[in-house]
Design a protein around this ligand. Sequence first.
Ligand code: FES
Length: 158
Amino acid sequence: MSEVVTRLTPHFEQLKKRLPQGFESSLVLPCLRRIQEERGYVADEDIAALTAYIGVPRMQIEQVLSYYTQFRRKPVGRWHLQVCHNVTCSMRGAERALDMLQKRLHIKPGQTTADGRFTLSTVECLGSCGTAPVVMVNDTYHENLNGMKLDALLESLK
Ligand code: FES
């Protein structure tokens, strides 16, 4: 049983009241978002508990988790740096930014620094192509990045 899902069930009940009967599967996305806010990521036990609570196949929850890159399946560092490496950002220097972050943090995408401060990820388009290249740090976008701005950004992350 997931303590997080148990704790959030009153909130989920409020969400459920807003839905017409038969549309319970629409709870998957908002419930997952709330779980991630609470725990920091979505654990296997959360998926099992949510499957039972909503009454949808586990595969449906897994599909939502794999489609939306903002969902995490394991803990991340205090600062989660997500580097967009889609076409526009790549054309405007995303690979250089990623190289620089890897060298400065001594980790590769998907890894967390030994002190737990930084996790580095690559993501597809963050929807801010006009201000490429873009790195998302936790919930904040950092746009039009260059080497100097990345240096200043890392210095600001304590
Ligand atoms: S390609 Fe990076 S924000 Fe769209």
